[in-house]
Design a protein around this ligand. Structure first.
Ligand SMILES: *Cc1c(COP(=O)(O)O)cnc(C)c1O
Length: 396
């Protein structure tokens, strides 16, 4: 017997709304934030430095710079590499707008290549054809926490001598053939936005193995003033500083780092919880008319940032947006990652794109739906999501 959908007056699966991407915050980070407030040092300081060190240890990168966002890291990567007007940067249309916006910020042109239909990641088989004399960098995204085809990308980057800026917003835990993301590209940029795998409210980190780039990013990220100026009010005495270049206000503050330091201690535990949830979904959905995420080979560690399914009307009887609406009525929040960038107003109008220009990205964009995958979820919550999906498909 089919249960009546809450959208049509039935009883919802849950009494309370399950928020999509809810952060898991525990007592240690609350205590650390309070200790930070009591310490009197709220801005960039010792906790930001400690978080940076922890991040180097976790990723294997030589340098890590705490920032107020991943977007700031992507922007500063482009600036540090000297990319500007007249230059092209090759990236993916299947991402959050920040990935392409930063290319516009420096006056360069984003060049999209289509994605692999199964993974949504940049299709490296299309990379070489997109390279021109103007190409100055590659900006891949490890979508949902799954690494792009790094061997193929590195081979082409080396052949054309192109730096790689990794948008690793989803990929803190990601590994490719035992190599940690953060120690592979020229720079990698991570996000600690509220819905990400670890969160500091807002926040980001840039990693690199290049001292030159690390020094430039450090200068750019705090007004362009000389290196240790954040320390100018400490007990070692006031020091004069000088402005080397017109930099930005992109620094991380110690209140954010306090959250990060304590969350890093549980990063692998949270990853294990999300892997468990992922497996519950796979198990429950394998015989439903929905497409589940691509199989994960043993050679990679997937960061399990987003669990996405494809909902096609001819298979499911309802389309993606109808499913979202029906799940919302069941008190289950979902997300869409992403509407392809070439279909957003600005990019469409400025570059004259049609949806069919990147057919694989368009196909995902039309049908993808992200189910809750936060380490905050209990098994009961996950069962609610599974039952909600079955119910709105008329299978409960
Ligand atoms: C969240 C996100 C960003 C931006 O991160 P912020 O820390 O909010 O700047 C960039 N790229 C992708 C793919 C993201 O999901």
């Amino acid at each position: 017997m089919n249960k009546k959908s809450a959208l049509h007056g039935g009883t919802p699966i849950r009494d309370t709304f399950l928020v999509f991407g809810a952060p898991r915050i525990e007592q240690p980070e609350i205590d650390e934030v309070v200790a930070t407030l009591q310490s009197g040092w709220l801005g960039t300081g010792p906790r930001t430095q400690a978080f940076e060190k922890q991040f180097c240890a976790y990723t294997g990168a030589q340098y890590a710079i705490g920032l107020n966002s991943c977007t700031a890291g992507l922007h500063l990567s482009l600036l540090a590499l000297g990319i500007g007007p007249g230059d092209e940067v090759i990236t993916t249309p299947m991402s959050f707008c920040a990935t392409a916006n930063v290319i516009i910020h420096v006056g360069a042109t984003p060049v999209f290549i289509d994605v692999e239909p199964e993974t949504g990641n940049m299709d490296m088989n299309r990379l070489e054809a997109a390279i021109t004399k103007k190409t100055k960098a590659l900006l891949p995204v490890h979508l949902y926490g799954r690494p792009v085809n790094i061997s193929a990308m590195l081979a082409i980057a080396e052949k054309y001598n192109l730096p790689i800026i990794e948008d690793a917003a989803h990929a803190i835990e990601t590994k490719y053939n035992d190599k940690k993301i953060g120690s592979i590209g020229t720079t990698a940029c991570f996000s600690f936005y509220a819905t990400k795998n670890i969160c500091t409210g807002e926040g980001g980190m840039l990693t690199t193995n290049s001292k030159k780039i690390a020094d430039m990013v450090r200068t750019y990220h705090l007004h362009g003033i000389s290196k240790d100026a954040w320390n100018r009010y400490s007990e070692s005495g006031y020091k004069h500083y000088t402005t080397i270049l017109p930099g930005y206000k992109y620094n991380m503050m110690d209140i954010q780092a306090a959250l990060g330091i304590r969350q890093m201690e549980r990063i692998d535990d949270y990853h294990a919880i999300r892997t468990h949830i992922w497996n519950m979904y796979n198990e429950a959905f394998h015989d439903l008319p929905i497409t589940t995420p691509a199989i994960i080979p043993d050679t990679i560690i997937h960061a399990r940032h987003l669990y996405t399914i494809l909902i096609r009307k001819n298979e499911c009887g309802i389309n993606r947006d109808e499913m979202m609406e029906a799940l919302r009525a069941e008190n289950i929040g979902t997300g869409v990652h992403f509407i392809a960038l070439h279909e957003h107003k600005y990019y469409k109008e400025r570059f004259g794109y049609k949806p069919s220009d990147f057919p694989n990205a368009h196909e995902i964009s039309e049908h993808t739906l992200s189910l809750p995958l936060s380490a905050k979820l209990t098994d009961d919550d996950v069962h609610d999501v599974i039952n909600g999906v079955k119910k709105v498909l008329g299978l409960l």
